[in-house]
Design a protein around this ligand. Structure first.
Ligand SMILES: Cc1ncc(COP(=O)(O)O)c(C=O)c1O
Length: 355
């Protein structure tokens, strides 16, 4: 008996942890660390950091936008974009499950005094008809509806890609009513690789875009804001206000530059791994997955046993598979640079033996 218990613990000890909690958990590769080591730096608050400047020019060109600004995080990027283009008391229209409202600590109201109108959607896309119907009349009693935000790919909806045709229709409405159009493009890279539509085309309809270097692309820190040169100048000032004016930050920008130069196209591997994982989990007795949502690197599994998500995550942890609870009866798995095809196959075999 004692021997049996000992052998179970020994097996567990040698079982590699397979970490599906998020695509933010990746660690810089040796090549990325070398790029950090070699980075030329300067004081970026003076605009003197050559590596930051190179990154900003490179990313602006990639998206065919006038200018780009390096910021500390996706949250900072989104919140600066909102503040730079709004006045307190304005109303913004967002999907009910969007990151900007659910996971940015109340930023829209705290930083910008914005009123948020949350709209329920099927897959993260606000329909043009609903947007049109949500714009308030010019009336002395009403707040002014002035901004629409979208998230592509959409995290809480399972990494879904927003349909570009619908985005263009929303853009027409924004133009008709003078609404600012913002994109949380933390995972726009995944939408690009999944659809084959260029980054420039995906983001052309938006006045402001924030994209993350520290998710699927594998950089340790950093996001970018994109837009017109005038808008980016305004954002630079707000970044300073938020305490985000950093000095010899080329050390971090070098990792971002390495990430955008080397790690975009390989996201297709993460998408294939997510698909394999989802297909296998969907066959187990404990879970059900809406396979139509598995378009990129996120897999959301509905729990169909009596367990809640905390219990399932604990059971997964017992076999060294890490995932996150995503509501009371859902678990999220995310594939990324630091889980290989082999890791996914290994995880599947552990799952098949235990669930
Ligand atoms: C869709 C989306 N937007 C924004 C963010 C915020 O990024 P950060 O964690 O860098 O603030 C995240 C983080 O996971 C996200 O998933």
């Amino acid at each position: 008996m004692i021997l049996e218990i000992l052998s179970v613990y020994t097996i567990l000890f040698f079982m590699k942890i397979i970490d599906f909690r998020s695509d933010t958990v990746t660690k810089p590769s040796p090549e990325m660390r070398q790029a950090i080591f070699e980075a030329e730096v300067g004081d970026d608050v003076f605009g003197d950091d050559p590596t930051v400047n190179e990154l900003q020019t490179y990313v602006a060109d990639l998206f065919k936008k006038e200018a780009a600004l390096f910021v500390a995080s996706g949250t900072m990027g989104n919140q600066i974009c909102l503040k730079a283009q709004s006045q307190p008391g304005w109303e913004i229209l967002c999907d009910r499950d969007c990151h900007i409202v659910n996971y940015e600590v109340g930023g829209p109201v705290i930083h910008s005094g914005l009123l948020v109108n949350l709209i329920t959607t099927e897959r993260g896309m606000l329909s043009p008809e609903v947007i049109r119907g949500s714009i308030r009349p010019h009336n002395i009693h009403c707040p002014q509806t002035k901004m629409v935000t979208l998230e592509n790919t959409h995290n809480r909806h399972g990494g879904t890609v927003l349909p570009q045709k619908e985005i263009l229709k929303v853009k027409e409405i924004c133009d008709e009513f003078g609404l600012v159009f913002h994109l949380d493009g933390a995972r726009i890279w995944n939408a690009h690789v999944s659809t084959g539509i260029s980054l420039a085309e995906l983001t052309a309809p938006f006045d402001s875009v924030s994209v993350c270097l520290s998710k699927g692309l594998g950089a340790p820190i950093g996001s970018m804001i994109l837009g017109s040169a005038e808008f980016i100048e305004k954002c630079r000032r707000i970044r300073k206000l938020f305490g985000g004016g950093m000095r010899q930050v080329g050390l971090i920008a070098a990792a971002g530059l390495y990430a955008v130069r080397n790690n975009i196209q390989r996201l297709s591997e993460d998408h294939q791994n997510a698909r394999l994982l989802a297909e296998s989990i969907n066959k187990l007795n404990s879970f059900k997955i809406d396979m139509s949502r598995v378009e990129t690197n996120i897999v959301i599994a509905d729990i169909i046993t009596d367990d809640n998500s905390e219990e399932i995550v604990k059971k997964l942890k017992d076999i060294n598979i890490w995932a996150v609870p995503f509501g009371p009866k859902k678990v999220r798995f995310v594939t990324h640079l630091d889980v290989s095809r082999y890791d996914c196959e290994e995880a599947i075999s552990r799952l098949e033996n235990n669930f």
